[in-house]
Design a protein around this ligand. Structure first.
Ligand SMILES: Nc1nc2c(ncn2[C@@H]2O[C@H](COP(=O)(O)OP(=O)(O)OP(=O)(O)O)[C@@H](O)[C@H]2O)c(=O)[nH]1
Ligand SMILES: [Mg+2]
Length: 446
């Protein structure tokens, strides 16, 4: 599975693994290859573009820490972005709070709906549930037979009503489930070769009448780009809840797996990996990313180095506060770190005492930009020895940074406050708190 993509990503990464630093140049070179690898794997164009842009931004914004090599760092960044692309976290099937859970399968002909209805039934049965299969594909007599054969194999009842239409069968199956004490209903619907109105109407009516807890879009991973187009069409009409990606055992290039959930904003919930009834796996974005990248050891190595680095940084900072050596340079550095971490407001809220220490600081990105402008307009000496910043220096700094003298005054006051508060706060909580601000966090965000 995904051998080709894995091999090409590996190659792209290998190119910079010998370099001593991550530079704009070597990152760009690697990214060109990564872009090609993704497009070759049939990953959607827009998805590829965004992926590459995100990796670039992450790579440029991050310093390589400790003994980690640039190659290893890039692996970790790509891994994180792959996980994100595939939805970040495992999403379970939504169960009905009371009464039977209704799951409706939809998708094109031959995508694997019938097979995966049975696989799911088997999966739930192994979890101690009582599933029931519903044959709502009445167009081919063989379709009902197929489901009945599969049902018999796993000893799960199959409900159907000869001569009735799919909507009626689906609706009546709910009564039957209640009557016979089945708590999961899996409705197998008919597929067509391409999306047509009639088919969409029918599944939409089944949806209206049965109000499924979960609509699963079943799609064959082998159809590449078309998977995305089809997913969109089904999603527009049915607003499905999740995806089952089938035939991942085939020589799929992987594009569908990597594009689909970001294009329709719905998670892949299961993957099918064979014709056998057991060939169903819950989908985990992180495990899939490891499989694609095949460098799990590198990823955890970088995570460890990162944690250690964070701790060292925190210690250093603590020491500076203790000795009152915390300078405006450090302050600037901290702003950079905080900015890398995303939502500043959330972050500050999480740190004990921090909201107090930064009281009055406008916590939005614009405020940070202003602080940055002011600090960069100072001389090296001023940053290191803020005490020397007198009235005339303040005036010069304000005009140099395009701010007002009050802005500079406020910053100086805040900085003083912060130094004082930090010394007061230098208790046990300090270390964990500074670890919080001090890190260009990587592993932590997931
Ligand atoms: N290798 C492999 N084959 C699969 C997988 N899932 C389904 N198949 C095969 O794909 C073919 C079509 O599967 P079905 O489950 O009948 O597909 P369907 O969506 O119900 O098709 P229609 O009812 O005709 O719309 C069958 O031969 C299955 O055995 C899978 O994960 N891996
Ligand atoms: Mg079928």
């Amino acid at each position: 599975m995904f051998e080709n993509l894995s091999a090409k990503l590996d190659e792209a990464i290998r190119r910079i693994s010998g370099d001593a630093r991550l530079t704009e140049e070597n990152i760009s070179e690697a990214l060109r290859e990564i872009r090609r690898a993704l497009l070759d794997a049939d990953v959607n164009f827009q998805v590829t573009k965004k992926f590459v842009d995100d990796v670039r931004q992450q790579a440029l914004g991050r310093s390589v820490v400790g003994s980690v090599t640039p190659g290893q760092m890039i692996v970790k960044i790509i891994y994180d972005e792959l996980v994100k692309l595939m939805g970040s976290e495992r999403t379970e099937i939504r169960m009905a709070p009371a009464g039977p859970t209704i799951i409706m399968m939809c998708g094109l002909q031959g995508s694997g709906k019938t097979t995966h209805s049975a696989k799911l039934a088997n999966y739930f049965k192994s979890k101690g549930r009582q599933p029931m299969l519903v044959a709502a594909d009445t167009y081919r007599p063989a379709a009902i037979d197929q489901l009945q054969t599969l049902g018999a194999q796993i000893d799960v009842p199959v409900f159907t009503l000869p001569g009735e239409n799919p909507v009626a069968i689906a609706e009546k199956s709910i009564l039957e489930a209640r009557r016979s004490g089945r708590n999961i209903i899996i409705i197998d619907t008919a597929g067509r070769l391409t999306i047509d109105e009639e088919m969409m109407d029918e599944v939409a009516r089944i949806k209206d009448r049965t109000k499924p807890n979960e609509i699963l879009f079943v799609v064959d991973a082998m159809i590449g780009q078309d998977a995305v187009t089809t997913a969109k069409a089904f999603h527009d009409r049915l607003d499905f809840d999740g995806v089952i990606l089938t035939k991942l055992d085939g020589d799929t290039r992987g594009g569908a797996a990597l594009s689909i959930s970001s294009v329709v904003s719905r998670p892949i919930k299961f993957v099918g990996t064979g014709e056998k009834i057991e060939a169903l796996e819950p989908f985990y974005p992180d495990r899939m990313a490891s499989r694609i990248l095949g460098m799990g050891d590198v990823v955890s190595l970088v995570e460890k180095a990162q944690e250690q680095f964070d701790e060292e940084q925190a210690k250093k900072l603590e020491e500076k506060f203790r000795r009152n050596q915390f300078t405006l340079d450090d302050f600037y550095e901290q702003i950079q770190q905080i900015k890398k971490m995303g939502s500043v407001r959330d972050l500050i809220g999480m740190l004990p005492g921090m909201d107090r220490a930064l009281k009055g600081v406008d916590i939005d990105e614009r405020a940070f930009t202003r602080l940055e402008a002011i600090i960069t307009s100072m001389t090296k000496e001023e940053r290191r020895q803020p005490e020397i910043i007198n009235g005339s220096r303040r005036k010069r700094i304000a005009s140099g940074s395009g701010t007002k003298i009050e802005d500079v005054n406020r910053l100086m006051k805040q900085f003083d406050e912060m130094r004082k508060q930090m010394r007061v706060l230098m208790g046990g909580k300090m270390k964990s708190m500074m670890r919080g601000i001090g890190l260009p966090s990587m592993g932590r965000r997931r």
